[in-house]
Write a protein that binds this ligand. Sequence first.
Ligand SMILES: [Zn+2]
Length: 291
Amino acid sequence: MPSNGYIGRFAPSPSGPLHFGSIVTALGSYLQARQRKGKWLVRIEDIDTQRTVNGADKIILHQLENLGLFWDDEVVYQSQRIPLYESALERLNKSGLTFPCACTRKEIAESPYSCTCRNGIAKGKTGRSIRIKTDDRDISFNDKLQGSYSQSLHTEVGDFVIKRADGQFAYHLAVVVDDAEQSITDIVRGADLIDSTPRQIYLQKLLESATPHYTHLPVVIDKYGNKLSKASTAKADYIDNPAETLTKALVFLGQSPEKHLSNASVQEILQWAINNWTLKNISQIREITLD
Ligand SMILES: [Zn+2]
């Protein structure tokens, strides 16, 4: 399928079935891609083996199919792409910006925490994770929904981990490598990730990858102010009535599905949504409470 220059993606972590919040994100990224006649890829972010639940990937893909959200190309699994992350780490090592960090989990939990391992590890300590040096320059980007966003990595984030103490690659590195390797042009995802975007842009620059366009959609929170988690909604997999779920997600995203769609099929609802999708109607706030 031709991408028409636009390649988007939905990248769930298989820690459980999709909940309503992740369905909203999937739908938003799907509609943005389909309206632009672009490609829409699915990537299973199973790099964190401790959070990965066996079989959750299959359930997620089944949920997407039930909702009529069919993807292009083969589904990609991060767990099968370790050599790509290894080679990116090697390139970063060559830049001289990486360093081993000996800080323990207990030290990191202390507040305020400041890792000084960039100046060398204290005698008798050994490197556990690998961090990358940050600097004072602000990193800014223009989010298609949230507008201008700027962060000083050095003061607001500090030198951050790219390979964890348990030997696993950090999310920020894997996601940047994958987006570049899959030629992703547009990232539509939840606003809970907006503050990680400058870290990813920083890594893109160091790895000489293009920076995609970003759109951070509002995330769904429950009435107690908590983000929906896969664990908390494990039973509700929202595939009993996919047409109703799609309509509810469209309303959450500020779209106004027409009355005649109340008895329509998933295909009819999606076709209407592709034709009428507009970012203008989506709330710019980053969290919306689900009634
Ligand atoms: Zn450290």
